[in-house]
Each structure stands twice: as structure tokens, then as C-alpha cells.
Design a binder for this molecule. Structure first.
Ligand code: ADP
Ligand code: NI
Length: 217
């Protein structure tokens, strides 16, 4: 199987697995992250095949889609790479990116060991901010039965992945616990530039939300 065929096969696999997801992890998210990751890689370098495959496969094993089962994160993409008989060195590089991609809390440092990992993480995070990021947030909140906003429930600064993972706060709190922090956690210059406008939009959205909630003029 050549690179092009491996990518087509990964697209089909992810569409089949995540095509019916309405919690913010659907195929549309993967499609956008892949496009963003390629756009960033064209400027910043990195192995395009690894970037594209990791972007396509980065959420197939997301524990949130598998009842919290952390073992799926690597197991599922690894099973897929084995099934298409992808070279083991390439497989390990793709899995390395997937291992490092997810946000784990405000005070948990990112550990990106490769340029491909930085690029895919930047792309994933760009899709969590801006107009689409806001839409995904409320998608997630509705799907998981979270309150829109509650002034009595304050945002948390999560110091561990465990506390972040277990958090059940409001959707607006999630803006403070993650979305607003992402701009300053981008790794590549290209993503930092793209993040700027999306970040401003999120800030504007939050101030409008506040004006409407508290009937401010
Ligand atoms: P990603 O797919 O970017 O790795 P996550 O898996 O953490 O991100 O979450 C998927 C989407 O759902 C993101 O847009 C994220 O901001 C949103 N989300 C995650 N946790 C929450 C939450 N507790 N409340 C509201 N939205 C959330
Ligand atoms: Ni994602």
C-alpha cells in the first residue's frame, strides 16, 4: 500500500468510526484538523505523511469516545496501522504524535518531542477556538448534559490530567479552563498567527454573553 492509499484508507476508517459523532469529535473535526495540519506543515516543515496520518487518526481512540478507556488512545490507531500493513517505524512515529496531542489541563505542561506532534497539536487546538471552537464547546456541553453557565460554579485551574478529565463544570467555564489558554500554547509561528483572530473572536463572544446574561448596556 502506498502513502496515498494509506491516507485514503485512514479517511474511510475514521469516517466510519466518527461519522455519527455529535459531541465535537465527528469526521468534520478530523477533516478540518487534517487540512489545518497540512497548511501548517507546508510552512513549518515536518514529515507530511506522518502529519496527515496522525491528524486523521488522532481522535479514533480518544478515551471520551470509549467510556474513559485510556488504553484505546494508542490501541485503536495501532490496530489500524497493523491492518493496512504500514511500516512499523512509520507507525511508531504516528502513534508518538497521537500520544502527545491532547490538552490535559491548564497547569499540565505540553510534552511535544517532534515537529509533527507540535503541528498536529496546534491544528487540533485551532479547531477548539474561534467560531467553530465555540460551536464544538456547546455541542460537547449539550451532549454531556452540562449547564451553559452558572455564576456559582467557578472555573478551575487543573493541575493534573486526572482532575481535568473528571471536571464536570459549565460550558462557559471550559472557555476559561481551556479555550482562552490555547493561543499562548501554540508551538508554531503559523498557528500563532491563525490563533490570534480566533482568540479575539472568543473574547468578543464571552463579553457579549456576559452583556446578555446580566442585561448590561
Ligand atoms: P480535541 O478534540 O481538540 O482534542 P477535546 O477532546 O478535549 O479536544 O474536546 C473536544 C471538543 O469539546 C473541544 O472543542 C473542546 O473544547 C470541547 N470540550 C472538551 N471538554 C469540554 C467541556 N468540559 N465543556 C465543554 N466543551 C468541552
Ligand atoms: Ni481533536
Amino acid at each position: 500500500m502506498n502513502f496515498q492509499e494509506a491516507i485514503r484508507s485512514a479517511e474511510r476508517y475514521v469516517q466510519q468510526l466518527q461519522g455519527n459523532d455529535y459531541s465535537g469529535h465527528g469526521w468534520d473535526h478530523i477533516w478540518r484538523v487534517r487540512n489545518l495540519a497540512i497548511k501548517i506543515a507546508e510552512v513549518e516543515g515536518g514529515d507530511k505523511f506522518i502529519v496527515e496520518m496522525a491528524a486523521l487518526l488522532h481522535d479514533v481512540g480518544d478515551p471520551k469516545l470509549h467510556h474513559g478507556d485510556e488504553s484505546k488512545l494508542i490501541q485503536l490507531p495501532m490496530d489500524f496501522c497493523r491492518k493496512i500493513e504500514l511500516d512499523v517505524t512509520l507507525t511508531a512515529r504516528i502513534l508518538g504524535v497521537i500520544q502527545e496531542v491532547s490538552f490535559k489541563g491548564a497547569k499540565v505542561r505540553d510534552e511535544n518531542t517532534t515537529i509533527e506532534s507540535k503541528i498536529v497539536q496546534d491544528a487540533d487546538r485551532l479547531d477548539a477556538i474561534g467560531a467553530i471552537g465555540i460551536a464544538r464547546c456547546f455541542y460537547f456541553g449539550g451532549h454531556h448534559g452540562r449547564e451553559l453557565y452558572n455564576p456559582d460554579v467557578l472555573p478551575q485551574t487543573h493541575a493534573s490530567y486526572d482532575s481535568y478529565r473528571k471536571s464536570r463544570g459549565t460550558t462557559i467555564n471550559h472557555f476559561h479552563e481551556k479555550l482562552l489558554l490555547l493561543k499562548d500554547r501554540m508551538h508554531t509561528y503559523t498557528a500563532r498567527v491563525l490563533a490570534e483572530e480566533r482568540h479575539l473572536f472568543v473574547q468578543k463572544y464571552l463579553s457579549q454573553f456576559d452583556r446578555e446574561w446580566y442585561l448590561k448596556d
